[in-house]
Design a binder for this molecule. Structure first.
Ligand SMILES: Nc1ncnc2c1ncn2[C@@H]1O[C@H](COP(=O)(O)OP(=O)(O)OP(=O)(O)O)[C@@H](O)[C@H]1O
Length: 492
């Protein structure tokens, strides 16, 4: 078999953590190969080694049977491999054209802008990317940004592309368009490595799959004939049953309410009430307004009109501390910016909302902070060296769990979580959904915004939004098809 890309017996350590422990992967020419594993299994570390961003401590990387270039030879790496990350690598303040030709605008002379734009247009046309080359990259949608990154990768001549959780922030139709593009790239002979926690996507788009567990290679197999249960078993090392959401009867007390909420360009005239013991879902496409609405409920956005009440207290519009004081806990969508402070420890991050309560006279007692953090690490199954580890050193999914821990730490009366399981592995997802249901059983009410229909299944009812309005209140018991039809505006 001719392998396009190989990593052999790679070891990578970060201090006491062994992120890769003699791990290998071999990707055949022209295939789309999935890499799956639990949070912290070593996937992103392998990506950084396969893209030449970090050296391996031991082991080797080969492209088409040849040893990988020296780390300093960035151009040689760019010709071999490119990665589309969940987090953008394009520069928001520059135009699309400038991003495409960053560091290669000139051949040593002055920059010829008109020619640069024309080349950018030609490049995007070649890959059928319909984006204005003069637009600021920061104004692009996640989907457009990814397409620009793929075109940029191919323009360097790379025939191997790594897609690291590319669907984590895309809605259903955008995922389908990405898959169509991946299929056409594959027909053109491009080899791809695909990382995702959505196993149904792995079955849909990949031909083979490699499983990593605890920093090691466990198995590589064609996806055909590899059952879902076997795959999950290889990832977790045990049989894992599908999540069963719990039955409950919501109480009477309203713990979170929005009245007459409107925000220009986002949503209009929304009323919503969440009762104690109730999980209310918010569903809809990327342009539906669901995230903007949830961000208004937590104070991240100030509405043009309307009020928000948390546990009977009218909160100041657009003021997060005021919502937190009234008893709100929340998981933001952009966890890298709003979720955690990378240099602070897990214990410090998770206990920010209760810092004043952990010690007398406003001082934080380290032992109580540590004890609370140890408990949350255990409840949410966070893979870490311990509560003192900086959150910036954790794998993506484990950092997400710290954000979740912070939302729960003060026993909130209302919880607002936005795509809480994005980037989180199958088993951890169950722990997070279980934690929402636990909080609700203790008397909280929750709003769960998600693009993942499985998450929405724990909801007592789902409010579907379309172009900024709530168009339907769907009780438990829906089928995927029914909900998607309402989300896409096909049915009301
Ligand atoms: N810069 C770093 N410093 C210290 N530890 C690190 C660093 N980067 C990764 N690690 C550790 O290496 C291990 C593997 O992390 P990695 O990010 O590769 O996991 P992953 O499989 O990509 O997880 P996820 O699915 O959550 O993204 C984790 O235990 C993580 O905490």
């Amino acid at each position: 078999m001719k392998y396009h890309v190989e990593a052999r017996n790679v070891v990578k350590r970060f201090g006491p953590t062994v992120a890769l422990n003699g791990a290998s992967i071999a990707i055949a020419e022209g295939e789309t190969h999935a890499l799956v594993g639990r949070n912290g299994a070593g996937k992103s570390t392998l990506v950084s080694i396969l893209t030449g961003l970090q050296p391996a401590d031991e082991g080797e990387v080969l492209f088409a049977g040849e040893p990988a270039p020296a780390l300093a030879d960035r151009d040689a790496w760019r010709r071999r491999v490119a990665c589309v990350y969940q987090k953008s690598t394009i520069i928001p303040a520059l135009t699309v054209a400038e991003n495409l030709f960053l560091n290669r605008q000139t051949d040593g002379g002055v920059i010829r802008w008109r020619a640069l734009r024309a080349r950018a247009r030609e490049l995007l046309d070649t890959y059928e990317v319909d984006v204005d080359v003069q637009a600021l990259a920061g104004d692009l949608s996640v989907e457009q940004r990814q397409l620009v990154e793929i075109a940029r990768a191919l323009s360097f001549g790379a025939r191997f592309i790594i897609l690291d959780e590319p669907t984590a922030r895309l809605d259903g139709p955008a995922i389908e368009r990405l898959f169509a593009r991946m299929r056409s790239l594959r027909e053109q002979g491009v080899t791809m490595m695909y990382i995702s926690h959505h196993l149904d996507e792995v079955y849909e788009i990949c031909q083979s799959v490699t499983v990593f567990r605890d920093a090691r290679h466990i198995v590589t197999r064609p996806v055909a004939g590899f059952s879902h249960d076997e795959l999950v078993g290889a990832m977790t090392g045990e049989a894992t049953a599908a999540y069963q959401s719990r039955a409950r009867t919501p109480g009477e007390r309203v713990v979170l309410a929005g009245e007459g909420l409107s925000l220009a360009g986002r949503y209009r005239e929304v009323d919503l009430t969440v009762r104690s013991g109730e999980v209310v879902g918010l569903a809809g496409s990327a342009s539906s307004g669901k995230v903007g609405l949830a961000e208004t409920l937590v104070g991240l956005r100030r509405p043009d009109a309307g009020t928000v009440t948390v546990d009977g207290v009218r909160v100041r519009p657009g003021d997060v501390p005021s919502a937190l004081r009234a008893g709100l806990g929340f998981v933001p969508e952009d966890r890298h910016h709003e979720g955690f402070v990378p240099l602070l420890s897990i214990a410090e991050n998770a206990t920010i909302p209760i810092a004043g309560k952990l010690g007398r006279f406003g001082t934080v007692s380290p032992s109580r902070q540590r004890a609370r953090a140890v408990q949350l690490i255990d409840d949410l199954d966070i893979k870490t060296e311990g509560p003192g580890q900086p959150v910036g050193d954790l794998s993506g999914g484990n950092a997400q769990k710290v954000v979740f821990a912070r939302a729960l730490v003060d026993d909130p009366s209302a919880l607002v979580v936005i795509n809480p399981t994005a980037g989180v592995d199958v088993k951890a997802k169950q722990a997070l959904l279980g934690a929402v249901e636990d909080a609700v059983e203790r008397g909280a009410g929750a709003v769960l915004v998600s693009d993942d229909l499985d998450d929405l299944r724990v909801c007592d009812r789902v409010l579907v939004m379309f172009h900024g309005r709530v168009v339907k209140d769907v009780p438990r018991g829906w089928t995927d098809h029914e909900l998607v039809a309402v989300m896409e505006g096909i049915e009301q």
